[in-house]
Design a binder for this molecule. Structure first.
Ligand code: CA
Length: 239
């Protein structure tokens, strides 16, 4: 039965899966998310996270990389085999490598431990808002060479075959192809991707670009579509 008493006019809030083995942190994150109006699913280890992914299809995943059973990065790999769900990773301050590898594996954002719950909530909200906005934008299809980007369906095709993009990769390609040939700085791309900027840095964009090229370019070594403009940033080929 759906309720419609006039008090809840907005659509149902998103469901967030929190993968965290430390009960205290999981509890705090859950409380803040619930307070912010989200439904929350908890998984205390990687195996449980994959089960929840298969059964409940959450709208966003908060994934601690330090888990007792599977490595958090392996959990991400597994999730990315089947899903482009937005993922925010939690990393320890000392694990600079994990952060970069996580982004390369397709994480959409990261928060460094110890973190303030409000920062995490802000990131989650920005990420979901961005995806929601994208879904509602009525933009025309873009076709450049063998690549077709459909903002309405959030799909990318290369040579007639659909290529799976994460939400963040799609946002970057969408921005770049909104004005083919125009150079975007890493800072501009970061802005477009995050909505809020706490600790964003340029290597994150480079990691995403690397992934996009791997998926899109006929020859990754000499890009045909996503072009580097040295000392400035990136642009999409204009023909
Ligand atoms: Ca942990």
């Amino acid at each position: 039965m759906s309720q419609s008493d006039g008090l809840c006019e907005t659509r149902a809030m998103a469901t967030v899966l929190v993968v965290e083995d430390e009960p205290r942190i999981a509890g705090v994150v859950k409380d803040y998310l619930v307070q912010a109006g989200y439904d929350v699913l908890l998984a205390a280890h990687g195996g449980a996270a994959l089960t929840v992914m298969a059964c409940d299809a959450p709208d966003l995943v908060v994934l601690d990389l330090g888990l007792p059973d599977l490595d958090g990065l392996d959990v991400m790999r597994k999730i990315r085999e089947t899903s482009g769900v937005p993922i925010v990773i939690l990393t320890a301050r000392s694990d600079e490598t994990d952060k970069v590898v996580g982004l390369e594996l397709g994480a959409d954002d990261y928060v460094v431990k110890p973190f303030g719950p409000k920062e995490l909530i802000a990131r989650i909200r920005a990420l979901l808002r961005r995806i929601d906005t994208e879904a509602n934008e009525n933009q025309a299809e873009v076709k450049i060479g063998q690549v077709v980007i459909d903002p309405k369906k959030m799909t990318v095709e290369r040579s007639g075959l659909e290529v799976a993009f994460t939400a963040t990769e799609f946002r970057i390609i969408e921005v770049l192809t909104s004005q083919p040939g125009r150079v975007f700085t890493r800072g501009q791309l970061l802005d477009a991707v995050h909505g809020v900027s706490f600790e964003s840095y340029e290597r994150a964009i480079d990691a995403h670009i690397k992934n996009i090229r791997r998926k899109l370019e006929p020859e990754v070594g000499s890009p045909r579509y996503v072009l580097t403009v040295h000392g400035v940033g990136y642009k999409f080929a204009d023909a």
